[in-house]
Ligand binder design. Structure first.
Ligand code: ZN
Length: 360
């Protein structure tokens, strides 16, 4: 299957801790944790900020502020808050593990590994932490021995001389996607995008993607070099799809429902969506877009196929009706924190409910 995992790993939130601070700050802290646990990132950010103004040396409040920032995908702010929390209380539960995860998400595996070495040393029974550390180390060793092919918009890492040709092909294919899709959405990434070519085994070990995934994007485009990638068309399709995710991330680092993110990537990966039309036609009943908000990785192969097909057809209809520039503006609004219904109505010029009720 051709699908990908555009990984957005949610943070599991810390439980509220009872406070030994003045009653008003304690109340603020309680409502901040409640907002965080309910996934209300912005309310949590505000409440932690207010509580910290009254009690700036409270390590737990810095941890909470970091978790809220991570939920808003302000990862550098989150890292700074976790570091502040640890400076105040080096043994604060969760803070160091969170710091490691956010360092990794920021593309800083060397520091993530150093942080997790302390986490593992302090919690010798924590098998998950040990497994994460081992995986990061394997990934770092692999990346250390990889070579790179460097283009103007992409850097492609690959393991051995046998992959040199396919890496060169990948660069050319990525460049074509860059111009074609950039023009369509009226936007181009500023920074070169890292791309890593893996064996199938390395890909599943490092990304932990479901078996149906043909690629992943988590700030880096990660692609398993299956036999299928010997075919130019399949290479173009997978790389165009993952590049689209990278471009979407530059427009909105948060707030994009999965159907929209995967739908745009799938609609723009190739011209032909007949497979999607057939797939949706033979489904027992259509899947509402609202059921496709949060990640597809829990789906089995057939469910994933229907989810991608439904999303792709919806995105193509959006492209046809509103155009690429309107979609880019919708994404920018979502990234700026504007709620989905408001942004959709403003940029697409019809309500989301109305759009959803129309037939494909
Ligand atoms: Zn995808």
């Amino acid at each position: 299957m051709r699908f990908c995992l555009s990984a957005l790993v949610p943070f599991v939130l810390a439980a509220a801790v009872s406070a030994q601070i003045d009653p008003k700050t304690a109340l603020l802290e309680r409502s901040a944790w409640a907002a965080l646990n309910a996934g209300q990132a912005h309310a949590a950010v505000e409440a932690f900020r207010e509580a910290l103004a009254a009690d700036p040396k409270n390590a737990r409040l810095h941890l909470g502020a970091g978790l809220a920032a991570a939920l808003e995908r302000r990862d550098a702010d989150a890292r700074d808050e976790f570091e502040r929390a640890l400076a105040l209380d080096p043994k604060l539960p969760q803070a160091r593990a969170r710091l490691g995860l956010i360092q990794y998400r920021l593309g800083d595996p060397a520091n993530a590994i150093r942080t997790y070495e302390i986490v593992v040393a302090e919690n010798p029974g924590d098998k998950d932490a040990q497994a994460t550390l081992d995986r990061w180390k394997r990934e770092a060793e692999l990346h250390d021995r990889m070579q790179q092919a460097i283009g103007s918009h992409f850097t492609v890492s690959f393991e051995g001389p046998r992959e040199e040709d396919v890496a060169a092909q990948a660069l050319e294919s990525l460049d074509r996607a860059y111009w074609r899709i950039g023009q369509l959405l009226g936007s181009y990434p500023n920074e070169p995008i890292p791309v890593v070519l893996y064996t199938t085994q390395q890909f599943s070990d490092i990304t932990r993607s479901p078996a149906w995934a043909a690629g992943a994007y988590d700030g880096t485009i990660r692609v398993p070099m299956r036999g299928a990638l010997d075919k130019q068309r399949e290479l173009d399709r997978v790389l165009a799809h993952e590049f689209t995710h990278a471009l979407i991330r530059t427009l909105a680092s948060r707030g994009v429902p999965t159907w929209l993110n995967e739908g745009i990537a799938t609609a723009l990966e190739a011209d032909d969506l007949d497979w999607a039309q057939k797939n949706v036609a033979k489904a027992d009943k259509p899947v509402p877009l609202r059921a496709l908000q949060n990640g597809f990785s829990r789906f089995n192969g057939a469910q994933a196929q229907l989810a991608y097909a439904t999303s792709a057809l919806a995105a193509r209809r959006l492209l046809e009706e509103a155009g690429g520039f309107a979609i880019a503006n919708l994404l920018r609004d979502l990234g700026a924190g504007i709620d989905f219904e408001t942004a959709f109505l403003h940029r697409i010029q019809r309500s989301f409910a109305d759009f959803q009720s129309a037939p494909f």
